[in-house]
Design a protein around this ligand. Structure first.
Ligand code: NOJ
Length: 930
């Protein structure tokens, strides 16, 4: 039980100190990391040949790819063979995979599966890994030193495999972009028994630190049954100055150099208590995709490994990355594209894209630990309405359960929970309840899980027991496919189920790193065993994902008969591929300004690696925000793709209606702006679900060729909507510095979601200072963009369904603009059968706007009648307009307008938003012909 009292207690009592470093391993405490850094240091220092080479005789070029053997030289002339394969994948990405034959590993390791874990690809890809492979019908040329081939669009990418030294060089359009194993840091610690260790080490290059034991104070019990098994590799991003990705870290968007520090970026899912900002420490989830961006070319490495991993970044004239993982295959994918967004699309072809959420999930989520009773919850519900603040979802944290036994209710606090859900449903509201992977021992759910071998086991193959919220607990082994059936039965769609037959109830999966209060690093012992006797060590980073997928699949079954068929699951732990089934949030931040600020690069990093449905706890989880901080956090939070306020159990109540004026109005206006822009958010999510494009588009993604854009991480574009947002994150700010890229575009001031009539255009590119008051949310619109809004206040997004639309047009210098609007029923899977309307808007010549349905049958499975456009606002109309003619539905008529300088408003055009129509602004008295 060591550690329980201190840790569980400190979770509840917010201390003034920050993260407890002593709880978590650094590189120097992790055998595999220290050894690989040591090895890299020796290779560089001695300038010696690395012991890994490809055996030229072994290489075979086959339809399925290139295969061969890498030989590792040991001191006494012995050689260890590793099988490699090089495959071409969908999207013209290259996979290089190295395995070790362990058939001859001797017995004596208990139950553990002795092979290198090969299941990470199954977890990551959205389909069978084999289906991702393209036939290698390319012309492969053999050279003296290796082989080479061209691939990709117009054969513009060239790959050279050099045998000795082992190197992979990728060039695009004749220029080198990536050299894998450039510095020869590749290392694979082959299997050896403890007593044979001395003969298996190259003493000149290797350290034997912690090969068979773990000296870190909380990990001393790790039996390390298979000894050292690390894999490592380096790659140089040639002539790149910036690399991005590998979240989750509370750090800048452009990654920092780590080589001369103690702290490489760490990727190991951890419940990091009171995390600090400006840190490379591991957090709750990981996506090991590292992307280099520069003008005309982007290149990325996806490190397909689910074990504890560190990445050293060395920034010189080029950036070199050194990956080090505790065990598993040496397996990685190289993605190459003209732009970073193309990398997202290619990564999406392999790992899938974010699923289109129900529209409600993009609304405002009201959460705290905890709404204490059903009266309390319904009181918040009514107060939001009394104060005319829209919200869509209210949340219940762990206290709703009977003694933290998931799938039960504390009946004394929530005696009428089904009625409570029905009450929420009356105004289209939803409830989210928490269910974690730890199961209190000795109740029917955990008994069933133990009895049917569905629990994570300890090294002796007995259900592992640890401590979490309920006290002594076991953990569901969601990596066991047999667990699904039982989990689904717990969520059954019946009056017997803990959430009854309600279809407005969704799920929150927390503590799924997994968090274990008395475990090493507050997580699971690495020698625990999962299905098929894989060590926890090998699957640690995919466990959380497997758990939220279990929940997602259970909800799919439960909602099968409902119109609200798309599940919603929020997860804290995640891995590549999580985007397909869950939203995530950035865990337990603090009610301090620096956490508001760091949330922006954190959400940008997640968007950059195909995990766009993300956000931070608005207000900060630990502590009490000042009213100013809370207000600024709402003004930032309305832009998070996932927008939820949450608070620790000991923090003061902070629902927005509790505050005096002007704060209440300012927070209300911010939330309403989010609701007004829901059509735009939903359209962007649709696009992301098809292409992997980010919802928060980093400046570097919009202008990869602009040096300054590669660095900016305190402002962002909202997808391709043209909205450029600069949140205020400084206490007492009376101004903000806004960076306008040098793209030759007009930028319009759209502060608070309204064009500024007095100062419509922001003058020039570069940084300018904008004055702000408390009420101000600095937003700009890039000329050339069109987006849609729904402006009427409703209590929830569901009640906005039939509301009229406003179309906002920001003309560029040539009077042109483009944009889109995606519509469907907002909740079912009908859109996958064509029940949607994808509408495209195009403005030309400063006087003409055309709307066209591009795809979809426009029938959303509901009889909603026409949904009208009530207003069109156009910025940048330079000529004096005399009349506005509408052509729609085969008819033509003139309509009212107001012109105020170059700001133009067409009132009540009254056309059906889901139809083809056009509008002509005429400057002459005679009407122009369409
Ligand atoms: C930890 C989560 O990060 C936090 O959001 C939640 O309130 C607590 N667990 C209690 O469930």
């Amino acid at each position: 039980m060591k550690g329980l009292s201190i840790f569980a207690l400190s979770y509840l009592v917010v201390s003034a100190t920050a993260v407890k470093h002593e709880l978590y391993k650094e590189c120097k405490d992790s055998g595999f990391c220290l050894r690989n850094r040591y090895y890299a240091g020796k290779i560089s220092e001695l300038n010696t040949d690395a012991p890994y080479n490809i055996d030229p005789q072994s290489v075979a070029v086959l339809d399925r790819g290139i295969e061969g053997v890498i030989l590792k030289d040991l001191p006494q002339g012995r050689q260890i063979p590793f099988q490699f394969e090089l495959l071409l994948l969908k999207g013209d990405s290259i996979r290089f995979r190295v395995d070790e034959d362990r058939k001859n590993v001797k017995a004596g390791h208990g139950k553990v599966n002795v092979n290198r874990f090969d299941g990470t690809a199954n977890a990551v890809f959205d389909d069978d890994p084999e289906s991702k492979r393209l036939t290698l019908d390319l012309k492969v040329s053999k050279t003296k030193s290796g082989l080479l081939f061209n691939y990709g669009e117009k054969n513009s990418i060239r790959l050279e495999l050099n045998y000795s030294p082992l190197k992979l060089t990728v060039s695009k359009d004749g220029e080198q972009v990536l050299v894998v194993n450039d510095k020869q840091f590749m290392n694979i610690e082959h299997y050896r028994a403890k007593e044979e260790n001395a003969d298996n080490i190259n003493a000149e290059l290797e350290s034997d630190f912690d090969m068979f034991k773990d000296s870190f104070k909380d990990s001393k019990d790790d039996s390390l049954p298979l000894g050292p098994e690390a894999v490592a590799l380096d790659a140089t991003f040639v002539d790149f100055q910036h690399v991005y990705g590998i979240p989750e870290h509370a750090d800048s968007f452009s990654l920092k150099s780590t080589v001369n520090t103690d702290a490489p970026y760490r990727l190991y899912n951890l419940d990091i208590f009171e995390y600090e900002t400006d840190s490379r420490m591991a957090m709750y989830g990981q996506i090991p995709l590292l992307m280099g961006i520069k003008k005309d070319v982007s290149v990325a490495i996806f490190w397909m490994n689910s074990a504890d991993t560190f990445v050293d970044i060395d920034k010189q004239a080029s950036v070199n990355a050194h990956w080090m993982s505790e065990n598993g295959l040496l397996d990685f994918i190289i993605l190459t594209g003209d732009t970073p967004t193309e990398i997202n699309t290619k990564f999406g072809l392999l790992t899938g894209n974010v699923q289109l959420p129900q529209k409600f999930a993009l609304g405002y989520h009201q959460c705290r630990w905890n709404y204490l009773t059903e009266e309390d919850l319904l009181d918040v519900h009514s107060k939001m309405d009394e104060n005319r603040i829209p919200y869509d979802t209210i949340w219940l944290d762990v206290e709703y359960t009977d003694k933290k036994k998931y799938f039960t209710w504390d009946e004394s606090l929530f005696p009428h929970h089904i009625k409570m859900m029905e009450k929420l449903d009356e105004t289209g509201r939803n409830l989210v309840v928490i269910v974690d992977p730890h199961l209190k021992t000795e109740y029917d759910v955990s008994d069933y899980v133990s009895k049917h071998n569905l629990a994570v086991n300890n090294v002796d193959a007995e259900p592992y027991k640890g401590h979490c919220w309920p006290g002594e607990s076991i953990w569901i082994d969601s990596l066991n496919s047999k667990a699904q059936e039982y989990w689904t039965s717990l969520f059954q769609n019946s009056t017997k189920a803990f959430i009854g037959k309600q279809n407005n109830v969704y799920l929150w999966n927390d503590m799924n790193e997994p968090a274990i209060f008395n475990g090493p690093e507050t997580s699971a012992p690495r020698d625990n065993l999962h299905y098929d006797n894989w060590e926890h060590r090998s699957v640690h980073n995919i466990y959380g994902k497997s758990f939220h997928e279990l929940t997602y699949n259970a909800l799919v079954e439960r909602l099968r008969e409902s119109t609200r068929q798309r599940p919603f699951v929020l997860t804290r732990a995640f891995f590549a591929g999580s985007q397909r089934t869950a939203a995530m949030w950035t865990g337990d931040n603090m009610a301090k300004w620096e956490y508001l600020k760091i949330s922006i690069p954190m959400v940008l990093s997640l968007n950059a690696v195909n995990m766009p449905f993300s956000g931070a706890d608005v207000g900060g989880f630990f502590g009490d925000p000042t009213t100013e901080l809370l207000t600024r956090w709402y003004q930032t939070g309305i832009w998070y793709p996932f927008f939820r306020a949450h608070a620790h159990i000991d923090s003061r109540r902070r629902e927005p209606y509790l505050f005096d004026e002007p704060y209440l109005s300012v927070m209300r206006d911010a939330i309403r702006l989010r609701y007004a822009l829901l059509p735009t958010f939903y359209t962007l999510f649709r696009k992301s679900s098809l292409t992997g494009a980010p919802i928060w588009k980093p400046m570097a993604f919009e202008y990869p060729g602009d040096e300054k854009c590669l660095e900016v991480d305190d402002q962002f574009y909202l997808g391709d909507s043209g909205l450029l947002v600069k949140p205020v994150t400084e206490q007492g700010a009376s101004s903000v510095d806004v960076f306008i890229p040098n793209d030759g575009q007009v930028y319009y001031d759209y502060t608070n979601g309204r064009f500024n009539e007095k100062a419509l255009k922001v003058k020039s590119s570069g940084t300018f200072t904008k004055s702000v008051e408390l009420k101000d949310i600095p937003v700009f619109v890039k000329g050339g963009s069109i987006f849609a809004r729904q402006d009427r206040y409703r209590r929830s997004s569901k009640l906005m369904e039939n509301d009229p639309y406003t179309i906002v047009v920001a003309l560029d210098k040539n009077g042109a603009a483009e944009g889109s609007l995606y519509l469907d029923d907002g909740e079912s899977f009908g859109y996958t059968e064509g029940e949607y309307a994808d509408i495209s808007f195009k403005a030309t010549g400063g006087n003409r706007l055309v709307s066209t349905i591009k795809s979809g049958n426009g029938n959303y499975g509901k009889d909603h009648g026409d949904i009208l456009i009530e207003r069109i606002i156009i910025a940048g109309v330079e000529n004096k307009v005399n009349s506005v003619i509408i052509l729609a539905d085969g008819k033509k008529w003139e309509t009212q307008f107001v012109q105020n300088g170059s700001l133009f408003e067409i009132k009540l055009p009254n056309v059906d938003v889901a139809s083809d129509w056009s509008i002509q602004l005429s400057s002459s008295v005679e009407h122009d012909e369409f």
